[in-house]
Design a protein around this ligand. Structure first.
Ligand code: PEP
Ligand code: MG
Length: 313
């Protein structure tokens, strides 16, 4: 791996015509923050907090969560981190929460829905995050938001937690991974500081294809124009409201996906740590003009297979 790509991993990802794209890491464990920095990550674009809650008998208390978040912030040494609040439910089960079995767990009480049903669980996480925010730049992100009233309720609880611990405000954003939010992006954009598109779930919900289904998952391709057109709308709505859009789903870590997303106006790409150096290097090899032309072609394709035949102009 000691090639040119790897050696240049700490250089910024500037397109040939000078647009800077932030390339960040998706992490799920405390010790991965340091790995993200060493790999050239310019911060953490998605910290999945589920890891703290899985494979144990009782939930972590506020203090334990605070210590974990603080350790990550310190390992990042001034680089920003987006901490996503608990996204349990769906295919992730937790025994101590006594969650009723559901016929369609991906359409059930998952993510923010669960947290709003369990305000004490949610508040302890929010207090831990706000306490850790005194040690470095943290942003908060809510998963699986589908309605404006969920967002309002989540923001109210965040504000309550913030006041309880006496912390300063931090930026608050949402995952765009439910089609209703993409369609209503203009309204949501007025209520948040940033969007991060979760292409894994957005694709599953747009295509009605279970992302872990043994045969369908392979066809749930985020490069489908139906998904890309939604992302285009989201970026436009964000631009109009003066907020930024990132992408933290798997599409951000694929070269073709990254180029199309940059062409659609996405400002930040967050991905698994091993993809960071390669994607930064790839962005340095393309121009914004080329990326825009590629994105326009992709939007006009009839399906994902046609998108996958495209090359840079
Ligand atoms: C996504 O849905 O694209 C995403 C990044 O979140 P997760 O994979 O954790 O559901
Ligand atoms: Mg998701």
């Amino acid at each position: 791996l000691r090639n040119k790509e790897y050696r240049s991993r700490f250089e910024p990802a500037l397109t040939l015509d000078g647009t800077r794209i932030e390339v960040a890491a998706n992490i799920g464990k405390t010790n991965e923050a340091e790995k993200a920095v060493n790999a050239g990550g310019e911060g953490v674009g998605l910290m999945r907090t589920e890891f703290l809650f899985l494979e144990r008998e009782t939930p972590p208390d506020e203090e334990e969560q605070f210590q974990s978040y603080k350790a990550m912030v310190e390992a990042l040494n001034g680089l920003p981190i987006i901490i996503r609040t608990l996204d349990i439910g769906g295919d992730k089960a937790v025994s101590y929460l006594d969650l009723p079995a559901e016929d369609n767990p991906f359409l059930g009480v998952r993510g923010i829905r669960l947290c709003l049903n369990r305000p004490e669980l949610f508040l302890s996480q929010l207090r831990a995050i706000y306490r850790a925010s005194e040690f470095g730049p943290i942003r908060i992100m809510f998963p699986m938001v589908a309605t404006m009233s969920e967002l309002a309720a989540a923001k109210r609880l965040a504000e309550k937690a913030r006041i309880e611990v006496g912390a300063s405000p931090v930026e608050i954003g949402i995952m765009v991974e439910v089609p209703s939010v993409a369609v209503m992006a203009r309204e949501f954009a007025r209520e948040v500081d940033f969007f991060s598109v979760g292409t894994n779930d957005l694709t599953q919900y747009v295509m009605a294809m279970d992302r872990v289904h043994p045969t369908l998952a392979a066809h749930a391709d985020s490069l489908h124009p139906a998904v890309l057109r939604m992302i285009e709308q989201v970026v436009k709505a964000a631009d109009e409201a003066g907020i930024w859009t990132g992408v933290c789903g798997g599409l951000a870590g694929e070269p073709l996906g990254a180029a199309i997303l940059v062409g659609l106006g996405v400002k930040e790409l967050s991905m698994v740590v091993p993809s960071i150096a390669a994607i930064k290097s790839y962005i340095r090899s393309i121009s914004m003009t080329q990326a825009r032309q590629l994105a326009q072609k992709a939007l006009n394709c009839i399906d994902n297979n046609q998108v996958r035949t495209l090359t840079l102009p």
